[in-house]
Design a protein around this ligand. Structure first.
Ligand code: SRM
Ligand code: SF4
Length: 545
């Protein structure tokens, strides 16, 4: 077997990503971007959630970890102040429930990190070859019919990996945990490196089922069921054992094969479970009935009753982009209208939820939110159309996504009525940060070359376009979506989406039929026509323009 390792392994050997913190603080004090060694600025900073943004103007993106999306009003207020002071007034809620700020300078890094630490938050391992933000159900602990309250477990796993420091700071690649206990399994355990999902046994005992080895990117894999029952008190040690198996057996030769999903796919679930148990030093409770969790796409937005009698109020943000003012408003309104813990949660569909609102305060909160431009009741696509970062800042992007997704969302809100759940993803490249393979309508960026339209240099004009993929589903019979149309110009994609939505509404058997079921029973050529036909006439006009 080859012992050659990839380039990233070489730079990690010369200095571990975990050891860059003191250097970050030192570089920041000096405030001299040009003095930072390339390996640190471009690579090791990631271990503390800091990415060099594109174009390289000496600015950084900072990813703030928020385990399970759990925030306090004070923490969100602090993030709003950082956003206002250092990040040009806006931030993004991500598909892993973190918040990202852009435009930080070298000098900003130290005061920003210090402010986070003072508020009990961290960016450690938000990026890099380490355990990333723990995703979880945003309504953990409040839903009447949840199977198990996973909120503390998400915190425990996160704290464990942060405190473990160097023990897991040199994994073969990023490592993505997920834990949730709601009966909808909204935390997408199947597309994470591992997912713990709520289980109630016939005896009434509650705990978790476990799936391992999921991931997306250009080679998506659903995680495989380990067929075990994990007791609540085992959650951290099982997490540790999975990370250990990944660290010790994961591939370090080719970086493109270094994710845990490849190891699990090659070795199989039984080998994976054996190794986890070998690290644990004991056998978990085996249960062949614990296979894939049923799951639907939701982040529980809307207004609903909590088990303690208070209410939660979802606030659609619209593809995750919000301003420092929006953040401050949400923090202030939680303080003003919520009871008790006044909890705030970010969601994987890039939205936010206020918890603990007494019934008596609901109407006033709804009005206040609406007056501040954050209406809790909105067109349903505002909650379920998401977008990754795209060319605005992302080093790997092929097309622009955030702004276009915003324009498309606004257009659809005014031009399409929708009475069914529909998850639309705008993703800027095959890496799948906005999870296009599991969306009802997955859009992934591709340049479209208009051969007949020459630019000022006499070369064919290149514009942003999207591949369109349809038919995905999570849950008991998981299925990634399939490529239906190869290249739709970005400027016309709203027309394709509208046609798909309207045709589905006309053709569904009844109101219970899902978009996925309609796609599955439709002829791919017909679906392709629905996507391309509305754009064809306009494409001709585009060429003439
Ligand atoms: Fe991602 C790399 C943004 C969720 C798969 N992702 C990147 C980088 C760091 C690219 C870069 O170097 O510039 C992007 C940062 C740009 C920026 O300025 O924001 C980036 N990823 C994002 C976010 C912000 C998208 C969003 O708008 O929500 C998400 C932040 C998550 C977080 O808070 O931790 C984000 N990325 C994901 C997900 C979804 C998930 O985790 O559920 C995936 C697919 C799942 C998976 O990992 O398999 C994902 N990102 C990738 C990949 C492909 C990894 C692979 O195995 O091949 C890359 C490229 C890489 O790591 O080399 C990548
Ligand atoms: Fe960047 Fe591609 Fe991820 Fe979008 S999917 S944030 S373009 S790496």
């Amino acid at each position: 077997m080859s012992t050659r390792v990839n380039k990233a392994e070489e730079f990690k050997k010369t200095k571990d990503g975990f050891d860059v913190l003191q250097d970050i603080l030192r570089y920041s004090e000096a405030g001299d971007y040009d003095a930072i060694p390339e390996d640190d600025a471009a690579q090791r900073f990631k271990w503390f959630g800091i990415y060099r943004q594109k174009p390289n103007t000496g600015h950084f993106m900072l990813r703030i970890k928020i385990p399970g999306g759990q925030l306090t009003p004070a923490q969100l207020k602090m993030i709003s102040e950082l956003t206002d002071r250092y990040a040009r007034g806006f931030g993004d809620i991500t598909t892993r429930q973190t918040i990202q700020l852009h435009w930080l300078t070298t000098a900003d890094l130290k005061p920003v990190l210090q402010t986070l630490w003072d508020a009990g938050m961290t960016s450690q391992f938000a990026c890099g070859d380490a355990p990333r933000n723990v995703v979880g159900c945003p309504l953990a602990g409040v839903l009447e019919d949840e199977i198990i309250n996973s909120s503390q477990h998400a915190q425990d796993i996160s704290k464990y990996f942060v405190d473990a420091g160097r023990e897991f700071s040199n994994l073969p690649r990023k490592f993505k945990p997920s834990i949730g206990g709601c009966n909808l399994h909204c935390h997408q355990p199947q597309i994470n490196c591992y997912g713990l999902y709520g289980v109630k046994r016939p005896s009434g005992e509650t705990g978790y089922g476990l799936v391992v080895g999921g991931g997306l990117s250009s080679t998506p894999h659903y995680a495989q069921p380990m067929r075990v029952f994990v007791k609540p008190e085992q959650v951290v040690e099982v997490s540790r054992a999975i990370a250990t198996v990944f660290r010790d057996y994961g591939y370090r030769e080719k970086r493109t094969r270094a994710r845990l999903k490849f190891l699990v796919a090659d070795k199989g679930w039984q080998w994976t479970r054996d190794k986890i148990e070998e690290v644990l030093g004991y056998q978990l409770e085996h249960d062949d009935t614990l296979l894939d969790p049923p799951a639907i796409h939701t982040d529980h937005l809307g207004i609903g009753k909590q088990k303690d009698g208070n209410y939660y109020v979802g606030v659609p943000i619209g593809r995750g982009r919000w301003t420092a003012r929006n953040m401050a408003d949400i923090a202030e309104l939680a303080e003003k209208y919520a009871d008790g813990e006044k909890r705030i949660r970010t969601t994987g569909k890039q939205n936010v939820i206020l918890l603990d609102i007494p019934e008596a305060n609901l109407a006033a909160l709804e009005k206040d939110l609406t007056d501040r431009g954050l209406p809790p009741v909105a067109h349903s696509l505002r909650t379920s159309l998401i977008a990754c970062t795209g060319t605005e800042f992302c080093n790997l992007a092929v097309v622009e996504t955030k702004a276009r997704a915003g324009r498309v969302l606004q257009w659809l809100e005014h031009n399409v009525d929708i009475d069914f759940p529909l998850f639309i993803s705008f993703t800027g490249c095959p890496n799948a940060c906005a999870q296009y393979q599991i969306a009802d309508i997955g859009l992934t960026g591709i340049p479209v070359v208009l051969r007949d339209k020459l630019d000022e240099n006499g070369k064919p004009t290149k514009i942003d376009g999207f591949k369109v993929l349809l038919g995905a589903g999570l849950g008991l019979d998981p299925k990634f979506n399939e490529l239906i149309a190869k290249k739709i110009p970005g400027d016309l994609i709203h027309l394709s989406i509208k046609n798909l939505i309207e045709t589905f509404k006309d053709e569904r058997v009844d109101e219970d039929e899902t978009f996925q079921s309609w796609v599955t029973r439709s002829d791919p050529e017909y679906l392709q026509k629905l996507i391309t036909e509305p754009t064809e006439a306009q494409e001709a006009e585009m060429l003439m323009a």
